[in-house]
Ligand binder design. Structure first.
Ligand code: ATP
Length: 211
């Protein structure tokens, strides 16, 4: 049986409960040893983050301090060039050859996976946990994934890579864009992100104008 490490990437501009709460549910469901949060430097498919790298990292550190088993991996920030997942996974696989690595993504991102840089290598390097999102196609609709589908999380521990596990989790209707817009227009964001992160945003004067 292999150690289970869940990998969750994003811009985290800022991190919020829409990220954290489903990940806690995932951690409990999978009894995974580690939930590794991997902030992206230059997302290949989207505009640059609003907050600086240092601020996004500081907010992540504050948030994750309250979550045992959650770790922060800044490998994509330490590397030059775009944050291609396949490069990150190659590096993680080299450093953790015996771990069952599980890339966690929403079903919307999963549907777009075949457009990612060198995507065919990804299921060779890790398992994929697909968080089913309402209105999005099921993971099994992806022809390439059909032979890889598993129903039970225990299967992921039997090998280090290659399976696709669809999961339903309780999702919140929170986005970083909404939080940034609210902050820029003086609206309340209480309960949408950890207090420690909100205090930091206020102290540093982040997201006051740019959305
Ligand atoms: P933005 O609004 O700036 O696009 P975001 O809130 O979507 O940001 P990201 O850092 O881009 O946050 O998200 C990282 C990952 O978290 C992505 O895979 C995204 O789909 C997922 N995610 C974001 N918000 C939610 C949510 N409310 N429920 C489930 N997954 C979410």
């Amino acid at each position: 049986m292999h150690k289970l490490t869940c990998l969750f990437g994003g811009t985290f501009d800022p991190i919020h409960y829409g990220h954290l709460k489903p990940l806690v549910e995932l951690q409990q469901h999978c009894s995974c040893e580690e939930v590794r949060i991997i902030p992206a430097a230059v997302p290949p498919h989207r505009p640059a983050p609003v907050a600086s790298t240092a601020d996004r990292l500081a907010m992540l550190r504050l948030a994750l301090a309250e979550y045992p088993g959650f770790t922060l991996d800044s490998c994509e920030l330490d590397r030059d060039g775009p944050s291609y997942s396949v490069l990150t996974l190659q590096a993680l696989r080299a450093s953790m050859p015996d771990a069952a690595l599980c890339l966690v993504m929403g079903s919307d991102a999963f549907a777009g996976l075949p457009t990612w840089y060198h995507w065919q290598e990804i299921p060779e390097l890790c398992h994929i946990i697909v968080i089913e999102r309402p209105g999005e196609a099921a993971a099994g609709a992806q022809h390439w994934a059909q032979q890889r589908l598993v129903e039970h999380v225990q299967r992921l521990r039997t090998t280090t890579a290659g399976f696709v596990l669809p999961l339903r989790l309780t999702l919140l209707d929170t986005s970083a864009t909404d939080i940034r817009q609210r902050l820029a227009t003086g609206q309340d964001v209480k309960g949408m992100l950890p207090e420690s992160v909100l205090d930091y945003i206020r102290e540093q004067g982040l997201y006051l104008s740019s959305i």
